[in-house]
Write a protein that binds this ligand. Sequence first.
Ligand code: GDP
Length: 453
Amino acid sequence: MFEGLSGRLGDIFDRLRKRGALSEADVGAALREVRVALLEADVALPVVKDFIDKARERAVGHEVLRSVTPGQQVIKIVHDCLIEMLGGTPGEMPDINAPTPINLIAVPPVPVLMVGLQGSGKTTTTGKLALRLKDRDNRKVLMASLDTRRPAAQEQLKILGEQIGVTTLPIVPGQEPLAIARRALERGRLEGFDVVLLDTAGRLAIDEELMAEVVAIRDATKPTETLLVADAMTGQDAVNVARTFHERVGVTGIVLTRVDGDSRGGAALSMRAVTGQPIKLIGTGEKMDALELFHPDRIANRILGMGDVVSLVERASQTIEKEDAEKLAAKIQKGEFDLEDLASQLRQMRKMGGLQGLMGMLPGVGKIKDQMKTAGLDDKMIKRQEAIISSMTPVERRNPKIIHAKRKIRIAAGSGSTVQDVNKLLKQHQQMADMMKRMKKLGKAGMMRGMPK
Ligand code: GDP
């Protein structure tokens, strides 16, 4: 459905092959594409503008790593910016064993207010959160529905409670929301509950009456958390919803639902930007256990609509040492490329996750991957080739032409392969060496830009 950002950037940077620092022009061209990607992901316009300015500031003048293209480098910078704006730290994954990120530091029963529009998944999320707090955090949880408007709302929560084994406040017909909230806290106190989840009523759209009701409940209960439950599919409207709730009620965290759907997750960025409050959890399905910690990293990937180019750039920067690359470039310039060099290339490839790993990180290569498999180009092949090369003597590696039939049999036996495999490797090396000789004319820069995109 969406064309990946990296694909589009690829076109721009195909024309841009120079090294060194990113110029204003490079960055400008790339950021125009990033802007389109963000809008397609439904990030609200003012948030997009703000983001692009930040990314530009960061990217201009940034060095381009040797082993990646300027396009990939810009994506990485944009991606890091995005993670930070989503409240994360690039390269850091949330600890899945950490306690649920809900502030429960207060005298129990701790009130937690669930707010949001009708249909956002508020009641479902209340149930999911209750289950999580009970099972993972060992809390005794009471749930209460304050929704007296929607006829079946209180009933719905009660049924959920029975399903997940969490107590709900008994329904008293005709009682007003504020009175229900007070009763819930009273009951929580009397029966030793740790947490009381208050599921407020929603509306189809924001209206004054709703805000006033939620504010009154907030003032009466003084919750430690007011969680805004919002649908990830909310597009440009996400900003209005988040802003109004935050201005009127004071949101302390956001729970994004339906992240399992095919939205691109732009609402996450919009809501976080407008409220400055963290996205604490995400709903990833209709089942009661489908509530997960928020991974800024994953949402960033999704918003940018790309394969994992980012980890490619990260791994490249970790594994490809500058000196190695320079040594190789110097050799190539002299038209030399022996089997030692091939072995070191294979090693590097393996470090970067092997052929499959590398290909898997690039968007849109599924088909090529299959073709490679049928052609026998897989990670086993890389290992086999490394084994063959290590069965040769150093002299043979530097000058493969001296390897004769008898030696080939020995090398094959020593590496657990066949003479055909050895021949294939030698032929492949010869082809690469020939190609490198031709590239000599193009000079040092030509080769290093030849990394697959
Ligand atoms: P409320 O009006 O805000 O209380 O919304 P509900 O909790 O009744 O949810 C509305 C619908 O959304 C229900 O059918 C839920 O099963 C569904 N829903 C809620 N959260 C998620 C989610 O994270 N993923 C998916 N796929 N569906 C969800």
